[in-house]
Structure formats: C-alpha cells, structure tokens
Write a protein that binds this ligand. Sequence first.
Ligand SMILES: NC(=O)c1ccc[n+]([C@@H]2O[C@H](COP(=O)([O-])OP(=O)(O)OC[C@H]3O[C@@H](n4cnc5c(N)ncnc54)[C@H](OP(=O)(O)O)[C@@H]3O)[C@@H](O)[C@H]2O)c1
Length: 313
Amino acid sequence: MQYRALGRSGINVSLLSLGTGGASHFGQKTGVDDAGRKRLVDKAIALGVNLFDTSEQYGASEELLGNALVGVPRDKYILATKWSYRPGGKLADADALVTAVERSLRLLKTDVIDIMQFHGILPGDYDQVMERYIPTMLSLRDQGKIRLIGFTEMMTLDPKHGVPLQAVTEHPDVWDVVMLKYGILNQWAAKEVLPLAEKHGIGILNMAPVRQTLTRESDRRTLFDSWKADRTVEVSSLDDEKPFDWLVHGDVESVIDAGYRFAAMHSGISTVLTGTANVEHFEANARSLEASTLPDADYQRLVGLFSESAAKN
Ligand SMILES: NC(=O)c1ccc[n+]([C@@H]2O[C@H](COP(=O)([O-])OP(=O)(O)OC[C@H]3O[C@@H](n4cnc5c(N)ncnc54)[C@H](OP(=O)(O)O)[C@@H]3O)[C@@H](O)[C@H]2O)c1
C-alpha cells in the first residue's frame, strides 16, 4: 500500500480507503452480513488501508463499522465520520453537533473521532456553517473529542466545487480536510481547488471516484449526448458504444481499474475512497491504487478530453 500525507495534519493515509456509504452502504444494501463486513475490514487492514469513512446518514454504518473494527488496535486506523447539519431541511442548533459527536463516539466505540466532517454542505450554506457551528467544532477539538475538521461537498448540486473553493480560499486555516469528487469525468477540481488545497496543506479525500457516470451506460450516454449537443466537451473521437475501452491494455484490467488509478494521479489527492463492500472488488481496487498510474499518453488524452468535465455523479 502506498501512503500520502493528509495535508498538514502529520498523518499519513493509505492511498486506498474504505467508505461505508455510496450504493452499498457497507453492504447493508448489497446483502453483506456482519461476518462479510468483518472480512472486508480485516482484508482492508491486512492490505494496509488505514482510513475508514462513515456517517450518521449511512443507515447503521457507524455502528457496523465500530463492530467490525473490534479487535483491531486503535492506532492502526483513522476514523472519519460526518454530521448532517440540516435534519429535515432546517439548520440544526449547534448543540445538536455535540450530541451527534457523542453518539458517533459511542457507535464507533472510540474516544476520539479523527476527522469530523459536515456532511454535504449545500451551495449557499457555507457562511452559516462557519458562523453557527465552527466555534462548537473548535471546542470539541479542544476537548479532545475530535482531531481534524472537515466537510464534504454535495457532488450532485455542486459539481464545480463552489463550496470547497470558498472554503480553501477564505478559511484554509480552519479546514484540515475536504472531501470532494475527482475522477476521469470530474476533473474540475484540478483547476483551482486541488492546487489551493496543496498550497495550504489541506488533505483531500476523493469520494465516489468511479460511481456512476463512468460505469453506467445510460448515465454516460445522457452526458455524452448533452456534450454532443452543446459542444462543451468534444467526444466525437471516442467509440459510441465503448468510449473508454482504449484505456484497457497493458496492466490496466478494466475501465473501473483505470478510474481508480486516475483518481489518485493528482498529487493534491490524499486518499481515494472506494465504497464497495465486495471483498473481490476491494482487492481489485487495492491493486489499482498500488499501481496508481495510467500510461502517460492515456493520462494526457483523458486530460485533453475531459478537463472541462464536471459530471454530477
Ligand atoms: N457527500 C458525501 O459525503 C459523499 C458522497 C459520496 C460518497 N462519499 C464517500 O465516498 C465513499 C465511496 O463512494 P462510492 O461508493 O459512491 O464510490 P465508488 O467506490 O466510486 O463507487 C462504488 C460503486 O462502484 C462499484 N465498484 C467498485 N469497485 C468495483 C470493482 N472493482 N468492480 C466492479 N464494480 C466496482 C461498486 O459496486 P459493488 O458494491 O458491487 O462493488 C459501487 O456500485 C462512500 O462510501 C462514502 O464514504 C461521501
């Protein structure tokens, strides 16, 4: 496993990390039982993965992750979780953050959350999040209940990273970590957010690096058809049926393999989250991140084709 610095935190994180949300929700939506989750977590630890991401929003994932980590020495892993500041659509009181942190600590069976994140800051909410909740977050850090402060973007509503850009521009000292989406069809972050995050030592957790548009034909077709109509991105040089198959050659086993590799190639990315709860898929993704590069000509072609792409999913 390769490791990268998590920004200025002094922590090194594995290049592949495990997320317990996404389509699988740590196997809760894909028929994986507790024994399967334990196997997955043990495999991740055995492969050198040291970052696990969860949220109060992912069904019972926090508790299930806490259970699956029983027996693993606490210094072997970093826990990231999230708080939804808009339950029922309304801004919560700051006290609710304290309650949420206590609950996450209990469910995760730990006395410190390494990375506490606001879950999916909506465009337009950033100033209120800063004003209402950051003093409480700082106080929780002073009390030793959390170590690092972060947030995640709402990728479907903010695909060009308006909130991350505001955060790394206006308050780089507040944010230790930002979670955003960067991938073959989501290269927008390379324009400003990733260079600024690197400059200020803000760690970047790359979420949902392959997810949907790259892998689901119907989503990809809708996106490509819109580009063909408005010419935002020129895709006429690609095969209509299999537009990414040219990436599969040499030791690149699949389009998904290429997707995870690409996701790690920018030096501003600290770690790439995979949301699979399937052990074979997880092992394949670990191989992708172990290789962690595409041939330079393929990488350059992807940048040439999709640098203006900010697919929502
Ligand atoms: N706003 C937010 O806070 C936010 C939003 C999205 C994600 N996240 C975080 O990022 C994590 C990852 O997100 P994600 O799960 O959407 O991202 P992802 O890893 O890019 O996509 C997972 C999807 O890809 C499939 N997949 C993965 N590896 C595969 C392989 N080797 N072969 C075939 N299919 C494969 C999975 O299917 P299988 O299950 O069948 O393997 C699943 O459908 C989440 O768990 C969460 O922690 C946070």
